[in-house]
Design a protein around this ligand. Sequence first.
Ligand SMILES: NC(=O)C1=CN([C@@H]2O[C@H](COP(=O)(O)OP(=O)(O)OC[C@H]3O[C@@H](n4cnc5c(N)ncnc54)[C@H](OP(=O)(O)O)[C@@H]3O)[C@@H](O)[C@H]2O)C=CC1
Ligand SMILES: CCCCCCCCCCCCCCCC(=O)[C@@H](N)CO
Length: 311
Amino acid sequence: MTKFTLSGQVVVIAGGSQGLGKEFARKFFQEGTNNTVVVVSRSRTKLQQAVRDISGQESAQELTKATQVRPQESEIVYATCDLADYSQVENLYEILASCSLKPTVVLLCAGGSTPGLFKDLKGSDLELGVKVNYMTCVNLAHIAVRHWQSAHLMFFSSEVAFFPFIGYAQYAPLKQSIKSLVAILRQECPQQRISCVYPGNFDSEGYVLENETKPSITREIEGPSEAISCEECCNRIVRVLNMGYDDITTDLIGWFLMSTDMGMNKQNNVSLGWPLQWLLGIIANLVIVPIYMLICKFQIKKWHSSCEKQE
Ligand SMILES: NC(=O)C1=CN([C@@H]2O[C@H](COP(=O)(O)OP(=O)(O)OC[C@H]3O[C@@H](n4cnc5c(N)ncnc54)[C@H](OP(=O)(O)O)[C@@H]3O)[C@@H](O)[C@H]2O)C=CC1
Ligand SMILES: CCCCCCCCCCCCCCCC(=O)[C@@H](N)CO
């Protein structure tokens, strides 16, 4: 299987303009050698700022069909693309191809949530949830599987894929869809390295924004996953990738939640400490999970009645 290395790569980072995607761009550009890093997102101004921050240069270079990529030198360039729009992703492929760039690592890191009760969300929030979290992924993955068969694909789901809970109606179902897509692609494309990261909370621009609308009950339930910095999150992921594992969590509670969800999702890939995880999962599902779910039900009931009182 493809070894993970930070050097000599052509890296495409979806959602590279901020947060964890930007942190990965920094890591490849600053810690590796001979990398061509392409950060991709919708906003040109954010992308330019990210490229300037990372490269330390005054100006940021946009990837176009005429861009001359210098081999043997590290470069970071940006490309604007709404990855939820398939034709724009095809266009991105054309641009990369005309620069003779064949990605070797693809990070599908675009995503984000608008927490809130389902009834309080707007129709546009629901649509955005599907587009930002799922369409961006499925579109780029499709191009990658068709044209870049030797690329290492890295998907970004969430710990909520193991445990969906109140407040994440716009988000968790799509992160579960990514897990499902990954399982199928691993069977269909056995020659490709396909990793899936299930992060717990980390402190990104998106995280700060989502906390503005997050119901208190959601905050309470996700409390055990305390936000770590993007840098720490990126480092933890790289460490586990280097060990050769492909199902990755970023904190202990995430690892524990994954253990309760091993079954038919696991197939032929393994995660850190998997025999223990498997056993622990069985025991947890028998004894710990039912008790926890009772406590959780009680917490939610209490929250609903305190909301009613306030009204
Ligand atoms: N932060 C957290 O606590 C957690 C995050 N995650 C997941 O990890 C990943 C990274 O999270 P985080 O760093 O917080 O994300 P941010 O919200 O900070 O950044 C999201 C990125 O996605 C890009 N993006 C959004 N929509 C599109 C689109 N349609 N086309 C192209 N790019 C798009 C944004 O750029 P632009 O606006 O320029 O398009 C931005 O670069 C996400 O998938 C997130 O769901 C998982 C668990 C916890
Ligand atoms: C079985 C007994 C123990 C159960 C404990 C449950 C603890 C749940 C922690 C879940 C944390 C979810 C973090 C991901 C958040 C996320 O994806 C958003 N920040 C979106 O950006």
